[in-house]
Design a protein around this ligand. Structure first.
Ligand SMILES: Nc1ncnc2c1ncn2[C@@H]1O[C@H](COP(=O)(O)OP(=O)(O)O)[C@@H](O)[C@H]1O
Ligand SMILES: [Mg+2]
Length: 242
């Protein structure tokens, strides 16, 4: 059986900077997989390469064994949806308007109100604030909105780029608990994180990315106990709160 999502031998460079040098990963149906790595390791580049937002110098991405189309909106239509680093909610628009934009490029335009009910059931705080401008939400609420907006595309694979960034530990735990619930509702998850501990606690398998290359891969449990990973990625505990 082939993987749901498979990225093979991805190369990306920015001029002389080789950001990814042959990175591969796979995600099976219903799985949560994480990619951990330090700042600058190439995590965002990888997500953007999968989503067709940066040009690949080499490599291919397959969904259900079929090559992904080239353009980002087509990639969203085929079942992938990204929660970008830094959330990038549309701050002058309301919560509802942000969610409507999330549904914009999906193939099935029907049932948008049903899906809005679904994301509000996952994030009741968003429903309470549905007519509020996104720019007036707290960081944690903006992260919820970014996730909810991505879910409005009804993805098979939800890709998240550093959802913990800049959030307090208690807020991070709430967001990660919600990701688990989203996964239990049938959405496969690919997560990239500098917050290795939270990512490894949530995922079943993980890949360690170091300067554009695979350092290690394995079961998240094993990586949590791995001395090399502990020393390099788990030593400092929770990240600083801005
Ligand atoms: N638009 C860009 N132009 C030039 N270099 C970039 C650009 N985006 C990222 N890089 C470089 O590529 C490398 C990987 O960056 P990135 O994918 O953002 O890492 P991460 O998300 O793991 O922090 C870094 O060396 C970074 O400085
Ligand atoms: Mg990044």
């Amino acid at each position: 059986m082939s993987a749901l999502l498979e990225a093979k031998d991805i190369y990306v460079s920015y001029g002389a900077i080789k950001a990814l040098q042959g990175f591969s990963l796979s995600l099976n149906e219903s799985e949560i997989v994480s990619v951990i790595g330090a700042n600058g390791a190439g995590k965002s580049t990888f997500m953007n390469a999968v989503m067709g937002m940066v040009t690949r110098d080499g490599g291919e991405v397959f969904l259900d064994g079929k090559k992904l189309p080239g353009k980002s909106y087509q990639i969203v239509q085929s079942g992938l949806s990204l929660v970008p680093e830094g959330r990038k909610v549309f701050t002058p628009l309301t919560v509802i308007e942000n969610l409507e934009i999330g549904a914009f490029s999906r193939a099935a335009q029907g049932n948008i109100s049903k899906d809005m009910k679904w994301v509000f059931s996952l994030f009741p705080r968003l429903e309470e604030r549905k007519n509020q401008y996104a720019g007036t939400l707290s960081g944690g609420e903006q992260q919820m909105l970014a996730i909810a907006r991505a879910l409005m595309a009804r993805p098979r694979v939800l890709l998240l780029d550093e959802p913990s960034l800049g959030l307090a530990p208690i807020v991070i735990r709430g967001i990660f608990a919600e990701l688990k619930r989203i996964n239990e509702e049938g959405v496969s998850i690919l997560l990239v994180e500098q917050n290795a501990k939270q990512a490894l606690l949530l995922s079943t398998r993980a890949y360690v990315l170091q300067t554009g290359r695979l350092l290690k891969e394995g079961n998240s449990k094993d990586l949590l106990a791995d001395p090399e990973i502990k020393a390099a990625y788990l030593g400092t505990g929770e990240k600083k709160v801005k």
